[in-house]
Design a protein around this ligand. Structure first.
Ligand code: FAD
Length: 474
């Protein structure tokens, strides 16, 4: 018998449920496959950096599989529809008896998998696994069997289910005894823009696991004090690995429990704080399955679609480029543009700024983030944007508007982060860093740094009025 493992958002051999299941029968011939779909990726706004990250991990995956006697086939076609047609023929040509894959929960991905299962139903048995979450969507519900709309009760129910479920990590499969010599199919670079990913994120499962281990061992206890300070390396920086499945959430949970055995009993402290973020990740993924409209960029709260967003291309561009004249916003956007990663506190600040200070449609921000992020993930990104824009479920209320200056003062007090990314401001003293033009005026200095694109106090009033008018129109 031939078993085919179709890799998608799970580019790892350790703790991979589909791969593990495919390898259980020692007699089976096991082959693996990855299909690149550049046109689909364009539609999904995938960042060229993320494409590169995937490409490099695919190479690592090919080697790791080959060492175990499993050849990785590679194909490129336009989009998901084409991939279904091609895969059907591939299964026939390779005489595949059973197909193994880990589920993806976005709407296009789910439709693709349904189409594929139908197309091959007569000859291939499909085994689909819930692998990228600690608990599958639909398994954490209210008394009425509905998905929670509010996070805190979701978390409570989630944690109680988690203690009853089997979250053990699976080992990488051993080398296959009957495998002949594995052919190393050439992995052509994707026909998609590929961008350099810099040095911050090493390639490979081992690198990701080492980072996880040292974070849980040395840093997690300080997580609550440090997680909001962008100048400090206080979060795990594991999101790019989780986004493309180089690391699984079970590996995160199990490593955390190994270092902090009472994390599930003690609902406080750094370890629990970090676990809480992993549960937010679950919450947003469960939400997109319960409300697929979220995958189509529709707001959860419908009346928010009545907000009359401003058409302000120049201000949008200033936001993208990090030239708004608000130092914390600009430093954050420049971090994103240079590295493909942005600190969570800053994501909240810049999202609030785009939507509540510039009154620009949150979808513009969602799209721009996707096009830049190494950790771009539809559910987390949509969840984050709808939270910041007050259009989501359990989001910030629309009248809660961050003041970008005070946010900077609170979370980058001395301006260390700002100065690292906005060199125009290096000479500005610490106490003036968040309002540099005031300082420049007082001391007759010329700053090569833009004036604020909006006046926050006025923008705040306009935004409140725009949201209130939209609510009244509904
Ligand atoms: P840690 O603090 O170490 O957290 C551990 C893991 O938990 C993260 O790696 C991530 O997988 C998950 N996580 C943490 N915070 C959140 C959250 N708020 N929502 C969902 N999952 C979370 N995260 C993405 O992975 N991809 C995105 O595209 C994305 N877009 C965002 C957009 C906005 C506007 C906002 C406000 C947040 C977004 N986030 C996104 C969530 C969060 O900012 C990042 O996951 C986090 O900054 C990654 O850094 P870390 O790995 O050091 O996180």
């Amino acid at each position: 018998t031939t078993h085919l493992v179709w890799f998608r958002g799970d580019l790892r051999i350790t703790d991979n449920r589909a791969l593990h299941a495919a390898c259980e029968d020692p007699q089976a011939r096991v082959i693996a496959l990855f299909i690149a779909t550049p046109e689909q990726w364009k539609q999904h706004e995938m960042a060229p950096r993320q494409a590169m990250f995937i490409y490099q991990h695919l190479q690592a995956l090919q080697h790791a599989l080959a060492e175990r006697g499993i050849g990785l086939h590679y194909h490129q076609c336009d989009d998901f529809a084409d991939s279904v047609d091609w895969l059907k023929d591939f299964c026939e040509a390779e005489k595949v008896d059973a197909l193994f894959y880990n589920k993806q929960y976005e709407i296009n991905e789910r439709q693709r998998d349904a189409a594929l299962e139908k197309a091959v139903s007569e000859s291939v048995i499909c085994h689909a696994f819930d692998d990228s979450l600690l608990l599958p969507p639909g398994s954490v519900t209210t008394g009425n069997n509905e998905m929670y709309k509010v996070y805190t009760p979701f978390r409570r129910a989630f944690l109680s289910r988690l203690t009853e479920s089997d979250s053990r990590s699976l080992p990488a499969p051993p080398a296959r005894e009957n495998a002949g010599k594995v052919v190393m199919h050439r992995l052509m670079p994707f026909d998609y823009p590929l961008a350099d990913i810099g040095e911050d994120f090493a390639i490979g499962e081992d690198a990701a696991r080492n980072q996880l281990r040292s974070f849980c061992r040395e840093q997690v206890q300080d997580y609550l004090e440090q997680r909001d300070l962008p100048a400090v390396d206080g979060t795990s920086s594991l999101s790019p690995y989780l986004a493309i499945g180089v690391l699984s959430p079970r590996q995160c949970l199990n490593r955390l429990r190994a270092e902090c055995p009472d994390v599930l009993e003690k609902t406080e402290g750094g370890a629990f704080g970090w676990l809480n973020e992993l549960v937010w990740r679950e919450f947003y993924r469960h939400l997109i399955v319960a409300w697929p409209k979220l995958c189509k960029h529709q707001p959860f709260v419908e009346w928010t679609d009545n907000v009359r967003w401003r058409h302000a291309p120049e201000e949008l561009q200033a936001w993208k480029d990090g030239n708004t004249g608000y130092p914390i916003v600009d430093a954050a956007m420049r971090q994103l543009n240079t590295t493909g990663w942005m600190h969570n506190r800053l994501r909240m600040i810049v999202a609030s700024f785009l939507v509540k200070d510039l009154l620009i449609n949150w979808r513009e921000g969602e799209r721009y983030f996707m096009s830049q992020l190494l950790d771009g993930d539809l559910a987390a990104n949509n969840g984050g944007w709808q939270w910041g824009a007050s259009t989501g479920t359990d989001a910030a209320p629309y009248f809660r508007i961050f003041n970008p200056t005070t946010q900077g003062e609170r979370f980058d007090k001395t301006g260390r982060f700002i100065k690292a990314w906005v060199p125009e401001l290096v000479d500005v003293p610490e106490r003036d860093i968040h309002q540099p033009h005031r300082w420049a005026e007082k001391h007759h200095r010329v700053l090569n740094y833009p004036l604020p694109v909006v006046d926050h106090a006025r923008a705040r009033k306009d935004t409140l009025a725009a949201f209130e008018a939209a609510k009244n129109r509904s």
